[in-house]
Write a protein that binds this ligand. Structure first.
Ligand SMILES: Nc1nc2c(c(=O)[nH]1)N[C@H]1C(S)=C(S)[C@@H](COP(=O)(O)O)O[C@H]1N2
Ligand SMILES: [Mo]
Length: 354
């Protein structure tokens, strides 16, 4: 047997940040497909995985509704479904790059994946219960729980009614044509395209309509932008994804041979679409357009590339900035915030040519 790469099937692996609870990054620099396989999808958990038995499982919809309901697995999965291809990005993606550094999982660039999710629109589920006049938010409780700041809490988040009822917010049971895996929320998870990942609650147990503003530790403590180190003033909740990009190849500090090489990567945004991606090979002095590799789709990343002949004995500082249809682009300097969310500074690598 020849031990070549074909026989040994060289494959990327998740990048471990912690094991209990499990937090691992997608090997984003080594994936070309627009659908991230389930095994390569990043994992972001606040607690240990919950034990869920499908026989004992039911989903309740309660609170400020006309008729509360209890639904079993088969009742939900036989409802009219919708399929959404969307990326999920953790708001802590790229946290490791903040300066000054901040506490929390030190994600580099792989707290993002893209998948095809099948489920029932939340608005359809709520048409069974009706919503009372005066309802403001919908609260989603996950089956996982544990200790946070001395209290036993569940992972629980709310959406304002306006966001919850748009048609592509779904209660999903399939990921990439298979039932959701236990790690990604089996039996049901919410998918909220356009918002950072914390909104997409896994292991959904109850949906509760409320007339007030929800406050829970994952709503009003975590997932809030705090612009100051030592005070909470001017804080803003984390919602939609910022316009952002990753240079997939080459890698930062890679040594390459002289000649033609492709610079490739992805770019994405929360609301709207990617309209252009610009590249600089001279540390931001001049910019050119990278070519976009697919049609823009809302809530999906855009693949881009740029081919160039690189010269011997040279170093290149390569920068990428993406622009979206809402007039947003990646900033020269990331907006620093105490908990390290939403980093989207212009992407950069430095390469050396032999
Ligand atoms: N129940 C529950 N849902 C959750 C979380 C969690 O810890 N518990 N983490 C959230 C966060 S912060 C992110 S980024 C995504 C990650 O989803 P994934 O692990 O399927 O990639 O799930 C969200 N939903
Ligand atoms: Mo996240």
């Amino acid at each position: 047997m020849y031990y070549n790469d074909r026989v040994l099937k060289t494959k990327p692996h998740l990048i471990t940040r912690s094991l209990i609870p499990e937090n691992q990054e997608t090997p984003i620099h080594f994936l070309e497909d627009s659908e991230t396989p389930s095994t390569m999808t990043f994992r972001r958990n606040h607690f240990i995985y919950p034990d869920i038995s499908i026989q004992a499982y039911f989903l309740t919809i309660t609170g400020s509704v006309k008729t509360p309901v209890i639904l079993h697995y088969n009742q939900i999965t036989s409802m009219p479904s919708q399929t959404v291809t969307a990326l999920v990005e953790c708001s802590g993606n790229k946290r490791a790059y903040f300066e000054p550094k901040v506490f929390g999982e030190q994600w580099t660039e792989g707290a993002i994946s893209q998948g095809t999710w099948k489920g029932v629109p939340l608005s359809y589920l709520l048409s069974f219960t009706g919503i009372n006049e005066g309802a403001r938010e919908i609260v989603f409780l996950g089956g996982d729980s544990g200790e946070k700041k001395g209290l036993h809490v569940h992972f629980e988040r709310s959406l304002p009614l306006e966001k919850a009822l748009v048609s592509n917010v779904i209660v999903a049971w399939e990921h990439n044509q298979k039932p959701l895996s236990p790690k990604h929320g089996f039996p049901f998870r919410l998918i909220v395209p356009g918002w950072y990942g914390m909104a997409s609650v896994k292991w959904l147990k109850t949906i509760r309509v409320i007339d007030t503003q929800f406050s829970g530790p994952f709503q009003t403590d975590d997932y809030v932008y705090y612009p100051f180190m030592d005070q909470d003033k001017d804080s803003v909740p984390v919602t939609s994804n910022h316009v952002n990009s990753v240079i997939q190849q080459p890698l930062d500090r890679q040594i390459l041979k002289p000649g033609q090489h492709e610079v490739t990567g992805i770019a994405w945004t929360g609301e709207g679409i990617i309209t252009s991606v610009e590249i600089s090979l001279d540390n931001g002095a001049t910019w050119k357009s990278a070519s976009l590799q697919n049609n823009p789709h809302k809530y999906q990343w855009m693949k881009w590339s740029y081919s160039h002949v690189f010269e011997r004995n040279n170093e290149y500082t390569i920068k990428i900035r993406a622009f979206d249809s809402n007039g947003h682009s990646q900033p020269n300097k990331a907006f620093w915030n105490r908990k390290g969310y939403g980093y989207n500074e212009i992407s950069q690598i430095i390469i050396q040519i032999e």
